[in-house]
Every structure is written in C-alpha cells, then in structure tokens.
Design a protein. Structure first.
Length: 170
C-alpha cells in the first residue's frame, strides 16, 4: 500500500455534520424521518448524522452495488431490499459518496414503486467530475476531486472503513 494522506480530518467532518443536521431539522420540523442507508459505506455517516438530529429517525438499509474489486462493472446488483413498508413516509437516502450517480438514480426509480411521501438524498461526499447521470443532491457534505478516497465508511476492497477521517492512498 502507498502513503496514506488525510483529505478531510475528523474535526472538519464533525463541523459539517453539525451543519447538515441543522439543515435537516429545519426541513423536517415535527416529522419522523426514514434514513435509508446504502450498505455498507453509509453506516458511520448515517449514525453520526442521525445522532445530531432531534427528530425521530427510523433506520432502514438497502444493499446494492456496481463495484467489484474497485472496478465499475456497470451492472447494479441488489443484495438486500427494505424489509418494512415506506409507504407515506419521508425518506432520506444516506450514501457515502455519489460518483457516477448510477446507484442513486437506480435507487430513486426503485423507491418510487414503494410510494413514499417524499425522497431526498444525503451524501457525505460527491465527485461531480465523475457524474454520468445528473441528479439533485439535497444534502451534500463535501465535494472531492477525482481521487480514490477511503475511511468514514468508504472502503478499499472492504478494508479501512473504520478510519475516523477521509483519506486517500498515493
Ligand atoms: P456511483 O453509482 O458511481 O455513484 O457509485 C457510488 C458508489 O461507488 C459508492 O457507494 C462507493 O461504494 C463507490 N465509490 C465511488 N468512489 C469511491 C471512492 O473514491 N472510494 C470508495 N468507494 C467509492
């Protein structure tokens, strides 16, 4: 493995999480919110965001991927769907990083059939330069350059998700 570099440190992430949580609280006053986390990378972000929010937050998870051994296969595979009904609920998709946008756009289509009241998108990171499908992100933590990033849930072949900061390998 090459040198590990810090791209976004813990303090910056925490400050941004506070801001995002305030924004969500303002937008969802008095409402329950379903946080729909995309496994596995969203787990730390989901918890760190949820614990800063006063609303009642319901946790749901979905697992789908287009990445195998860090290569975009172009095919999205569904591994785990939502167990409980989200009909009439206010859902926020929780993602670690939006890259090409394929995962989120596919998921948005899939969720429509489940008749939620509303669906928004929250992502810790976004790589706008890699976008293939244009989509609206409602809550975005940080924009990052086209670097392969790891930590805070993001993995390098399933490794290093537990780093408490966003790093990249050189
Ligand atoms: P998209 O469908 O291309 O937007 O892909 C999003 C998914 O690709 C994320 O959930 C990550 O699992 C993965 N991904 C994209 N860029 C990175 C990266 O820099 N590090 C780790 N995973 C990434």
């Amino acid at each position: 493995m090459g040198n590990m570099n810090v791209l976004i440190n813990k303090a910056r992430i925490e400050k941004r999480l506070d801001e995002m949580a305030k924004e969500i609280e303002k937008d969802y006053e008095g409402k329950d919110i379903v946080f729909l986390g995309i496994l596995k990378g969203s787990v730390p972000f989901m918890w760190e965001l949820a614990k800063r929010i006063k609303n009642n937050v319901i946790f749901e998870f979905i697992e789908l991927s287009s990445y195998k051994d860090n290569k975009d296969t172009g095919v999205l595979t569904f591994h785990k769907d939502i167990k409980d009904s989200i009909e009439g609920k206010d859902v926020i998709i929780i993602e670690d990083i939006v890259d090409t946008g394929k995962t989120i756009s596919y998921l948005l289509k899939h969720l429509k059939e489940k008749n939620p009241n509303s669906v928004k998108v929250a992502t810790l990171l976004s790589k706008p330069s890699k976008r293939v499908i244009e989509l609206n992100i409602d809550y975005e933590g940080f924009k990052v350059e086209d670097k392969f990033v790891i930590g805070f849930g993001l993995d390098d072949n399933q490794n290093l998700r537990n780093l408490p900061y966003i790093g990249y390998i050189e």
